[in-house]
Design a protein around this ligand. Structure first.
Ligand code: SF4
Length: 447
C-alpha cells in the first residue's frame, strides 16, 4: 500500500533544514506521498527509514529490462490504469512474427518486411522493435537457424518455445542480446526457469487460464525468479481482452504483486489470419494493456496510425510536447539564408521542418518559446506575439547570428506582420501560407 504523507513524516529526519528545496520536512513528506519529489532529495533519511520507504513505495508493477546495448528497453513499471490519472511509463513494444512452420524464403521475406517500417515522428523513431520467433509442432525449418537470422537484425527477440532443449539451443546463439524466453507454463516451469536463469534472460509465463498463470508465477517467484513477463493471450479475443484487463487491474488496484509484471499479447494467434482484425487488435491491446503486442506482420500502412496512437498514449499529458527554442538551419542554410519563425509545439515543428526540408530551399527556422502550444493557441494565449518574437530575437541575439533580414511568419497569424515590423524595424516580414503542406511550393517560388 502507498504510504501517506504523515507516515513518511514519521520516518523523516525532522531537521527542517530546507536542503531538499521544501520549507519543512512535513512539506517534503507530502510531496513524496504525491510522487512530486523523490525521497533521495533529502540526504538525511536513516538507512532503515529508506528501506521501509522504498518497500512501501515500490511500484505495483515491476519494471523489466530486455535487450542489450542500444536495443535495451524497459517494460512495465506502470502505476495507473488510465492515462489521464498520471502518465503511462513504458510504451507498448511491437513484434512481428516468424515461425519454424515457414520455409526459409518466407522467413527472409518477413524479416525484410520488418525493416521497411522505420521512420521518425515528432522526434521518435518508429520501427518494429521486436521479433517473435515461434516454435510450431508443424515445423518445416530449423528453429535455431531462424533465431540466428532474427538476432542478426538487432531487434529484441521473443522466443516462443515451450521445448526445453530447443530453448536451450536457441539461447546459446542469442542470449547475449537479452531476449525473452516465452516458454514457461504449469508443465515445464522448473526446467524453463533453470534455462532462463542460466542464460540470464526474462522468462515469459503462460497458462490455460489466469488461475493457472497465477499459480505458475507464484511458484517461479518461490524459486527466486522475479524477472518475468506474463503472456495473457487466451483462446480468442474475448478471453485475451479479459485476461489483459484483469491482470493489470489486479496488480494496480488490488495490489496483487503476483500479477505485477509486464504482459505479452499475441494477436497473431487470435486474429486467425484476418489482417483487418489484426490491425484493430493491435490498437486495442496498445490501449489495454499489452507491454508487448505481437503481430503476424506490420506493414507500413498499418504502422502509421498504430504508432501515432501509441505516441499519443505514452506521452506525459502534464508535459507539453515541445522542442528547444533556437535557430535550426535547414537544407544547408547559412547566415544569409531567409528566416522563418514558428512555435515550439513539437508537432508544429516537425511538420513545418519536414515541409521545409522537402522544399530543398536553405532556410533558418527560428523557434521561440511559445509554451509548447500550437500557433493559434499560443497566439490567443499571448505566448506567440510580436512582443514575444521580438523579445526572443533580442535574448537569442538573432541579429548577430543571421545577416538576412527577411522573416517568414505563419499565415494564421498574418495579423502580426505590422506589429513585428514595428518592433523589429530592420526586418521585412513575409506571410507564409496557412497550412504547412503549402510551404514546399511557397519556398520554391520564393527562392
Ligand atoms: Fe527535512 Fe530532509 Fe528536507 Fe531537511 S532535506 S527539510 S531534513 S526533508
Amino acid at each position: 500500500m502507498a504510504l501517506k504523507g504523515l507516515d513518511i513524516f514519521k520516518l523523516s529526519p525532522k531537521k527542517n533544514c530546507k536542503e531538499c528545496g521544501c520549507p519543512t520536512c512535513m512539506a517534503f513528506s507530502m510531496k513524496v506521498a504525491q510522487g512530486a519529489i523523490d525521497v533521495s532529495a533529502c540526504p538525511y533519511f536513516a538507512p532503515e527509514a529508506l528501506a521501509k520507504l522504498s518497500a512501501a513505495t515500490e511500484p505495483p508493477m515491476k519494471t523489466i529490462k530486455v535487450g542489450a546495448g542500444d536495443a535495451e528497453m524497459t517494460l512495465g513499471g506502470e502505476t495507473v490504469l488510465f492515462r489521464h490519472e498520471k502518465t503511462f511509463v513504458s510504451k507498448t513494444r511491437y513484434a512481428s512474427a516468424v515461425c519454424d512452420c515457414m520455409d526459409a524464403a518466407a522467413v527472409d521475406a518477413r524479416l525484410a518486411d520488418i525493416a521497411k517500417v522505420d521512420y521518425e515522428r515528432i522526434g521518435e523513431r518508429m520501427f518494429v522493435e521486436m521479433i517473435y520467433v515461434n516454435h510450431s509442432s508443424e515445423a518445416v525449418s530449423d528453429y535455431v537457424e531462424i533465431v540466428k537470422k532474427a538476432a542478426a537484425t538487432g531487434r529484441v527477440l521473443v522466443l516462443g518455445c515451450t521445448d526445453v532443449e530447443l530453448a536451450k539451443a536457441a539461447l546459446a546463439v542469442c542470449k547475449d542480446s537479452k531476449p525473452i524466453l516465452n516458454g514457461a507454463d504449469a508443465s515445464n516451469y522448473e526446467a524453463m526457469n533453470a534455462v532462463a536463469t542460466e542464460a540470464g534472460v526474462v522468462l515469459g509465463v503462460s497458462g490455460a487460464n489466469l488461475s493457472e498463470i497465477h499459480d505458475t508465477v507464484e511458484k517461479l517467484e518461490g524459486l527466486g525468479n522475479k524477472n518475468l513477463v506474463i503472456d495473457v493471450t487466451g483462446e480468442n479475443v474475448k478471453d485475451t481482452f479479459a485476461n489483459a484487463v484483469q491482470v493489470r487491474k489486479a496488480a494496480l488496484k488490488d495490489g496483487d504483486r503476483t500479477f505485477g509484471y509486464p504482459s505479452i499479447v499475441n494477436t497473431a494467434k487470435i486474429a486467425m489470419g484476418d489482417s483487418h482484425k489484426q490491425a484493430a487488435l493491435l490498437s486495442l491491446f496498445t490501449m489495454k494493456y499489452g507491454s508487448i503486442v505481437i503481430a503476424e506482420n506490420i506493414s507500413y500502412a498499418e504502422a502509421l496510425p498504430l504508432y501515432g496512437l501509441r505516441q499519443n498514449l505514452f506521452t506525459d499529458p502534464q508535459k507539453p510536447m515541445k522542442v528547444e527554442p533556437g535557430i535550426y538551419p535547414l537544407n544547408g542554410a547559412d547566415e544569409n539564408s531567409i528566416c522563418l519563425t514558428t512555435v515550439d509545439f513539437a508537432l508544429t515543428y516537425f511538420l513545418v521542418s519536414g515541409e521545409l526540408e522537402r522544399s530543398g530551399v536553405p532556410v533558418n527556422l527560428i523557434i521561440s518559446d511559445a509554451g509548447g502550444l500550437s500557433v493559434l493557441t499560443s497566439w490567443a494565449a499571448g505566448k506567440f506575439s510580436a512582443g514575444t518574437i521580438a523579445k526572443f530575437f533580442e535574448e537569442a541575439k538573432i541579429e548577430e547570428k543571421v545577416k538576412s533580414r527577411k522573416l517568414v511568419i505563419p499565415g494564421k497569424v498574418a495579423v502580426l506582420k505590422g506589429e513585428i515590423e514595428a518592433k523589429l524595424p530592420n526586418w521585412e516580414v513575409i506571410i507564409a501560407p496557412n497550412e504547412a503542406v503549402q510551404l514546399v511550393k511557397f519556398m520554391k517560388d520564393f527562392a
